[in-house]
Design a protein around this ligand. Structure first.
Ligand code: 3BY
Ligand code: FES
Ligand code: FE
Length: 416
């Protein structure tokens, strides 16, 4: 005799603090649908960059669940985000990906929209047809220092202001608005989006899995049990902590906001930021830990300003003096997740002169592939009937507890 599946609310109620989630929250199709509604429709999500569309007429289409967004730059140079749904009979106007357009022309019956979304031409619709109420629907969006966040709901969470206030000054010297996408790559991970995010919220796995990234990452920044350290490592940890505190103060004094801003479990918009030191030469997440682009971003002149990390519930970002790495996470199914990574450099940086794409991207290309393998491995394991939620390390996995606590709270607030 088979027992009926627990409800989503039962799964949420079953989640033990300090532990990974009950299996069904990672694997079930009904939970995936609920996640898409709550976390990818009712919340602000990272969708793209102003510099995805540098010139008027540039368009970038991103599909999110059943929705599709057109991010574009209009004739006045302003960013617009529109629903990719024709106001005639609903056809998709543009295909996913990048395109250059002078007008938005629906391929079905050629209804033609201005880049503002306004309908300008609808053949054979008769004299009395009112075009003015048939514009492409706008999507609510904000630009956070050039990072475009959108919300598909009509009532977006108000606390996006905290993200804007925190990140605008942090990102200003990098001028991400006017950067250039030097390279982009998509990896489809065979796992649930929450496993993708959990994997990214800890570096417990880094030493064992990311040899390239570990050249620039400082293991001590990601949580350790002091009692487990040898005398020598404890001295190294103390020395690092003292140096890090000193450098953070110096960065702040020089006008570069650096201190940690932590997520609030009771907040709707989940993010965390901190400027961290890098290892080795300390300049960049490159194969030799030195700047991988000769022209620095924005108004940056000092290569030793560390790495501004920004983590959100569908994104992680690294802003270094020479380049930035921006990852966006879009769930495709309960066990499939798109991770789209973009590498940004100064808009005037010239490929082959100021940077070499392979050298610029190799660390995060390798890391992203390694993480895809880990997420697939972890999705397979949580799908096994033998899986039961396991304990997070209170030292190395505090951000997972923070994410899981926020996830569960949002599920409850939304009726589960
Ligand atoms: O995704 C990762 O491998 C991790 C976790 C923390 C930083 N990041 C590289
Ligand atoms: Fe777009 Fe008909 S559906 S023009
Ligand atoms: Fe990783």
């Amino acid at each position: 005799m088979t027992r009926p599946d627990p409800s989503i609310s039962d799964l949420v109620a079953d989640r033990r603090p300090g532990h990974s989630l009950p299996a069904g929250l990672y694997t079930r199709a009904d939970v995936f649908d609920a996640d898409m509604e709550i976390f990818f429709r009712n919340h602000w999500i990272a969708v793209g960059l102003e510099c995805d569309v540098p010139e008027p007429g540039d368009a970038y289409v991103l599909d999110i669940g059943k929705s599709s967004l057109i991010l574009l730059r209009d004739d006045e140079g302003e960013i617009r985000v529109l629903h990719n749904v024709c106001r005639h009979r609903g056809a998709r106007v543009l295909n996913a990906g990048n395109s250059i357009v002078s007008k938005l022309v629906c391929p079905y019956h050629q209804w033609t929209y201005e880049l503002s979304g306004e309908l300008m031409h609808a053949p054979h619709m008769g004299q009395g047809f009112d075009k003015s109420c048939r514009s492409l629907k706008p999507v609510k969006f904000v630009s956070v220092g050039g990072l475009v966040y959108a919300c598909l709901s009509d009532n977006p969470p108000e606390d996006i202001d905290r993200l804007i206030e925190t990140m605008e000054p942090r990102l200003a010297p990098y001028d991400i608005r006017n950067a250039k996408v030097a390279y982009q790559c998509d990896v489809i991970e065979n796992g649930n989006w929450k496993l993708t995010i959990e994997n990214n919220r800890e570096c417990y796995h880094c030493l064992g899995n990311h040899p390239e990234l570990c050249l620039s990452f400082i293991d001590l920044d990601f949580g350790y049990d002091p009692a487990a350290l040898s005398q020598a490592d404890r001295e190294r940890a103390d020395a690092h902590e003292a140096r890090f505190a000193e450098v953070t103060m110096a960065w702040e004094a020089a006008g570069y906001p650096s201190a940690a801003v932590l997520p609030r479990v009771e907040g709707d918009t989940n993010f965390r930021t901190q400027r961290l030191l890098m290892n080795g030469a300390g300049e960049s997440q490159s194969p030799d830990t030195r700047a991988a682009c000769k022209k620095l971003l924005g108004t940056m002149t000092d290569k030793m300003l560390g790495d501004v990390h920004l983590w959100g519930h569908n994104t992680w970002n690294h802003f270094m003096a020479d380049h930035a790495v921006i990852a966006t996470v879009i769930p495709l199914g309960p066990d499939r997740t798109l991770v789209r990574t973009k590498w940004l450099v100064h808009k005037d940086a010239v490929e082959g002169v100021d940077y070499d794409v392979q050298h610029l991207t190799s660390v995060w290309v390798a890391t992203t592939d390694q993480d895809a393998e880990l997420v697939e491995r972890s999705h397979a394991g949580v799908s096994d009937p033998a899986y039961e939620p396991g304990p997070y390390s209170e030292f190395a996995e505090t951000e997972l507890e923070s994410f899981a606590g926020w996830y569960v709270r949002q599920m409850r607030v939304n009726g589960y």
